[in-house]
Design a binder for this molecule. Structure first.
Ligand code: NAI
Length: 302
């Protein structure tokens, strides 16, 4: 099996002071990447900050013989993102890899969710992913090389009680990725999303100890290492991963049914009568641009 090496590749990893981000940082550094360990060192709900989180991971990487630089800015402002990019340029001179991983939670049922709880979570996950990717994009474009990871979640892809803010941000990333896949292609910038499950302070209260011990973040990082490697040519995909399970999930479009001819009116009764055919996922395929979906009602266009 060919070894995957990342020698000389410069990687920004946000929220890399703990949990999944730390694990990705150690794995990439072990494979030769030069890593910017960004972490605000905040609590789970995004309050407070502490530089020691990023410093500790930089120390771990350095002790193991790798190279890393710390950054303590928040991803949630463009100013912070620009400073993260500057840290990479000052320390290592370029950017090849961006792993958007920083995250917080402010869970509430929707009925009780405040505007502030919505905005704070959107600002870290959605806006933060935009900020850091946007700040690094021109550099990757100019170098004709980029590997970008978005950290989505099954909470957004499939749903979960009490996490409307978080789910929206995690699903919003998928729309964002769908466009970057298209815009990045000609610049050799590949963008993929992961939907992990791993033991961290975020998930500690959710699972019993015997499950937590199998949910090692280290089981997620090899997928990330492959996705950011030269060997990987994939872009625009979403991967579930936990406990050594890896699978692809996708937004699919089914064949459906063509009821109209582009001229006559369609009634609600026809929709009801054809409900099984409309909702069936038989023949469903992932689509890689909205333009392709115009093939489905093609007979009407003739
Ligand atoms: P964690 O809480 O252990 O680590 C997140 C890190 O992000 C923390 O060190 C925190 O200080 C940092 N951070 C928070 N806000 C920041 C900001 N504005 N700027 C810079 N750094 C910031 O959480 P975990 O579990 O490692 O999560 C990592 C990512 O994976 C998050 O995006 C999370 O939503 C996502 N995720 C995690 C799952 C899990 O099972 N642990 C499941 C699905 C998604």
């Amino acid at each position: 099996m060919a070894e995957i090496r990342l020698d000389g590749r410069v990687a920004i990893i946000t929220g890399a002071g703990a949990g999944l981000g730390r694990s990705h940082a150690l794995e990439l550094a072990r494979r030769g990447a030069l890593v910017v360990v960004n972490d605000l060192g905040t609590s789970l709900d995004g309050s407070g900050n502490n530089m020691s989180a990023a410093d500790a991971v930089v120390a771990e990487i350095t002790k193991a013989g790798g190279k890393a630089a710390a950054n303590y800015d928040s991803v949630s402002t463009m100013k912070g993102a620009e400073s993260i990019v500057k840290t990479a340029l000052d320390a290592f001179g370029k950017i090849d890899i961006v792993i958007n991983n920083a995250g917080i939670v402010r869970d509430k049922t929707f009925y009780k969710m405040s505007e502030d709880e919505w905005d704070t979570v959107m600002n870290v996950h959605m806006k933060g992913t935009f900020n850091v990717t946007r700040a690094a994009w021109p550099l990757m474009k100019d170098n004709n090389y980029g590997r970008v990871i978005f950290t989505s979640s099954g909470v957004g892809l499939y749903g979960n009680f009490g996490q409307a803010n978080y789910a929206t941000a995690k699903m919003g990333m998928i729309g964002f990725m769908n466009v970057l896949r298209i815009e990045g292609a000609k610049h050799n910038i590949l963008v993929n999303s992961i939907a992990p499950n791993a033991a961290s302070r975020m998930t500690q209260p959710l699972f019993p100890p015997n499950i937590l011990e199998k949910l090692k973040p280290e089981f997620i990082s090899p997928l990330v290492a492959y996705l950011v490697s030269d060997q990987c040519r994939e872009s625009g995909m979403i991967f579930n991963c936990m406990m050594g399970w890896f699978s692809r999930t996708a937004i699919m479009c089914s064949d459906g049914v063509v009821l109209g001819d582009g001229k006559r009116e369609i009634t609600a009764e026809e929709i009801m009568e054809n409900w099984d055919r409309i909702t069936s996922l038989d023949g469903a395929k992932p689509q890689n641009t909205i333009a392709n979906t115009f093939a489905y009602p093609a007979p009407v266009m003739k």
